[in-house]
Ligand binder design. Structure first.
Ligand SMILES: [Zn+2]
Length: 91
């Protein structure tokens, strides 16, 4: 799916429609101290491998995580992600 890099949409901070810049959120490094990561390390260590099998039909598509940054106030907000196999920002 192709998507424009700039769209005009509602800014919840200015409470009006403004030009927004769309950025893909990047995944950070997982913290080794967090419960989920500790659990993952414990479960994958030793015999038996990955704890969660892939669902039938292959790997599901991930939801995109987009940040909409208002060009007027400079603040960013998010929207509910949608599922798409490939997202291209253009323009
Ligand atoms: Zn704004």
């Amino acid at each position: 799916m192709k998507m424009p890099r700039r769209i005009r949409t509602h800014c919840p901070f200015c409470n009006e429609h403004n030009e927004h810049e769309i950025q893909k959120a990047r995944k950070g490094q997982p913290s080794e101290m967090k419960w989920g990561q500790r659990q993952f390390r414990r479960v994958t260590s030793g015999y038996r491998g990955y704890p969660r099998p892939l669902p039938p039909g292959g790997k599901p598509t991930q939801k995109v995580d987009l940040r909409y940054r208002c060009t007027e106030c400079g603040k960013a907000h998010t929207r509910e992600g949608f599922r798409v196999s490939r997202l291209e920002l253009e323009g």
